[in-house]
Structure formats: C-alpha cells, structure tokens
Design a protein around this ligand. Sequence first.
Ligand SMILES: *Cc1c(COP(=O)(O)O)cnc(C)c1O
Length: 377
Amino acid sequence: MESRPTFAIIDTGAIKSNYVWLKKNIAKDAEILAVVKADAYGHGAVETAKALERAPAGGGCGCNFFGVAICEEGIELRKAGIKASIVILGGVYPSQIKDAVKYDLTPVVFDIETARRINNLSKKTGRHTKVHIKIDTGMGRLGLLPYQVAPFFHELKGLANLDIEGILSHFSEADEEDKRFSHKQAGIFLQTIKIVRKIGFNPRLLHIANSAAIVGHMNSHFNLVRPGIMLYGAYPAAHMIGKIKLKPAMRLVSQVVQLKKAPKGFPVSYGRKYITKKDSVIAAIPIGYGDGYPRHLSNNGQVLIRGQRARVAGMVCMDITMVDVTHIKDVSQGDEVVLIGRQGNDEITADELAEKAGTISYEILCGITSRVPRVYV
Ligand SMILES: *Cc1c(COP(=O)(O)O)cnc(C)c1O
C-alpha cells in the first residue's frame, strides 16, 4: 500500500555537507561528535549516523563520535551496525548500565554511585568502560558543581575498570551575542580540567561546544565539538543566519487533497476562526499537529504551492490543515505543498516556521512525528 502523500524528505547529502563545513571551521585539532539524539532531530538517527560514519571512500565523512541523549538511542545505533564511539549525553539509569556496557556505549557520568555501578559491572565482565565526566559550569542542569570535582575524582581513583576518556560541560547561552557568561563558563571548565590533572587523571577528550559555541566561541573547541542543529542545516540563533551558509536537510511536503470554492463569509475549520472576506478557494492539506505541524500556526503559518505562498486558513487540525489559495493561478488537486523547504524560488525554513509558532527550529524538527514517513535522497 502506498502511504499518504505527506513526507519528510531527508537529504543526507546536505547533512554531510554541513558536517564538512563544520570540519573546516573548527579548531585544527578538534574532532566532531555528531549529536543525533531525538532521532537526529527528526531526520532519522540510523540513516544520519550511517551517512556520517562511513569513511569518505564509502561516501561518508568518517565521523568517529556520536552523541545521543538516552541509552535506548545508543542501542538503536549499535544494532544498526554503527561502530563509532557513542556517548550517552544524558547519562544512564541503574537499570540500563548492563546494556550500556554490553553495547559498548560511553555514558556521561555525574554522580559517584553511577560510577561505582558501571565499574562493578565492568569488573564482573572483565571490561574497561569508557565514561565522560560532566561538570556543571553554569548551565544548572546535569553535572558536578565545581566544588564537587576534587572529591569526585579522588573517589574515581579506586575504580580501576573505568576509563575516564573525557570531561565535558555545556553552555547555557552560547547563542547570545553577549559572550560574558559563556566566557565565565569556559573559564570554570579550564580550572576544573587543571584540578582533574593535578589529581592524576588526564582525560583524552575535552568538550563543551554546541553548535552556537562552534560559531561564536572559537576558543571553546578544545579537541572535540558537539554540533547538533547545524548538522541539519538550521541555526542556533537568528543572528547567525546569513553569516554562515548551511544546507537544510529536511523538506516537509504534502499535496492538495481537496479544493473548495468558498463564497464570501464562508467559515473554515474548528471554531470558525477564519471567515472568507470574498469569494475564495480553500485547499485542504493532509497534515496537522498529529504530524508535528504546530497548532500555533493556525491563521498564521504559510506554505508553498506552485512556488507561491499561501496562508493557513483557520485552525490547524490534528490531521488536516486548510490554506487559502485564492490568489494562486491554476491550483489543482494533487499539487505539491511544501511546508518546510524550497519550492520554485522561495523557501520556508524550519527557523521561519519556529519564529511564527513561537518556538525554536529544534522543536519543529524533532517534533515531526513518526507518522510522517522519512524518505531519503
Ligand atoms: C543537544 C546537545 C548538544 C547539541 O546542541 P546544538 O545546539 O543542537 O548544537 C550538545 N551537547 C549536549 C550535551 C546536548 O544535549
């Protein structure tokens, strides 16, 4: 059976080209940990990791590190045959440690109890498990506070089956043009590294930079950077659009499923929030908030049909959205509708959609639900 004509078309070539752009623009000795959490921000984690991992000869980028948020995501990548290091950025829960070790994943650790558990399990199975230790330098989320660092690392000395491969932190506002708080965080991170070295550890990988910091804080790259959003061709901040040129990797498309000649005064969708002001043509599009097209775009979003913009008419429903196509000549049933992406000479970016829906491109992209088939080109 063929599916409904609503698809997310994923251009893995665009993801690769964004990766290559990043590679050229980061500190010389730095490597890339490609963040593929939340199903690669809606683009498909397995397909994305495969496209990035394979050595250039095989058409990939030779990416050696991937980042996921949760253990389940790491296991999915391993089962799909990804061989590179997979760092679980959000850490592991006690019941997941067995699988994290078994699948050779690299948990981020920020409490001693978890470190002990991973160590004990590794000892039992005769392994050394790589872990990265997270420091909270000002994000106020996960990680050891600076005063906890020394006692924590002293404790680690007794855990011989852990391989302390990395130490990381995370910026809270690297996307801001005012860089002062980020500088402060980077300073605390550096101090922490000094303390850790004094205690006798020398983690090979030091990382703190997300997409925004890669662009805005060149001196925060250390030897590993963690881009997410930029890999997918969206921008961590509006002021960066235009300064760098990325290729959007997702096109969200559908079709006109029904056209309706509506007289003046005709109500459209739930609650009659759109009433035609003149004789109009209304098109129904089979996509709605059940697909991740935000309901906040009611009476506000725009789509492309025949290279022209058409406005969302009335409330976005769960499965269907109406648009006013009165001004579009020769509009027909079956016409392609672009909700995100390029059509003709115009383009609707995830950033534009996010702005109209009062959110960020991240939420738009990873919000496209599993009901929308991903098609890879
Ligand atoms: C999601 C995430 C990233 C990637 O952030 P982007 O802004 O998408 O580049 C990096 N590091 C951590 C810890 C994350 O959770």
